[in-house]
Design a binder for this molecule. Structure first.
Ligand code: 4FV
Length: 246
């Protein structure tokens, strides 16, 4: 997969993707990440990329000429079928399901906004979809772009080793993750749940699923509503709730 990030901070983004799983995937050639700044397409000596909002109001807006020029130059370099995404608080929420969809594509072109946002005509002409990482306002789209890159790249074939398989991720099964433990067996009087030391993998899997169901029920009932539970899972959840309430 190829990913291009259009941002006023190309050096920061280029550095940030060198870390961890994404950095390793880049080294292995499993993904290529490039960055480009709209400022490279500014015609004036000041490198102007923003201007005051029509209709008045605070702050500045990313200009369409420079943003569109950068997006078009990027698209010319990217594989056909690449998806053009603006990261904005007014977008559709980024989910594991959306990340899986994007991971199937040959390329992603990500536009990271700054200031109050980008001129709407950029979205109308050069963007396929707007995605939000959450209902809060950030000072720029770079962190959301890096979040999207991370959640997509780790789903690419061969990026995660067996030990790290994405298959067990939260939300992959539509539920929150189960609790994780490692050595020591006892930490300041806090013991690891004995079932995890039993070697009985059927019992361990049952305990983990029960925990995932229970946590999702307690912390994210909205997520549980969307999960298609099997009858066995529903029974496990009832058991969890019974034990919790008695
Ligand atoms: C955002 C979000 C976000 C809005 C104005 C960048 C900022 C500034 N992007 N999910 N939440 N973007 O707050 O994706 O240009």
């Amino acid at each position: 997969m190829r990913i291009a990030v259009v941002t006023l901070f190309p050096a920061w983004v280029a550095e940030a993707v060198k870390i961890g799983v994404v950095g390793r995937a880049i080294e292995r050639g499993q993904v290529q990440v490039t960055t480009l700044s709209p400022r490279d397409f500014a015609g004036d000596v000041h490198g102007t990329v923003d201007d005051r909002p029509y209709g008045g109001g605070p702050g500045m807006v990313l200009k369409c000429e420079t943003a569109c020029a950068a997006l078009r130059a990027t698209r010319a370099q990217m594989p056909p079928g690449s998806r053009r995404i603006y990261l904005g608080a007014e977008g559709a929420p980024l989910t594991q399901r959306k990340a899986s969809e994007l991971a199937q594509l040959p390329g992603l072109i990500l536009l990271a906004g700054r200031y109050e946002g980008v001129d709407e005509r950029v979205l109308a002409t050069e963007i396929d979809e707007t995605i939000s990482i959450g209902d809060y306002v950030l000072s720029g789209g770079e962190l959301p772009a890096l979040v999207l890159v991370d959640t997509v790249v780790r789903l690419l074939p061969g990026v995660l080793g067996d030990a790290e398989s994405a298959g067990q991720d939260s939300f992959t099964a539509g539920l929150l993750d189960w609790p994780h433990y490692t050595r020591p067996e006892n930490f300041e009087g806090l013991a690891v749940p004995p079932v995890l030391l039993s070697g009985n993998h059927a019992a361990i899997n049952r305990w983990r699923m029960k925990q995932a169901l229970g946590r999702t029920y307690e912390r994210r009932p909205d997520v549980l509503e969307r999960a298609e539970l099997t009858s066995e899972q529903r029974e496990l959840l009832n058991e969890y709730v019974r034990e919790r309430t008695h």
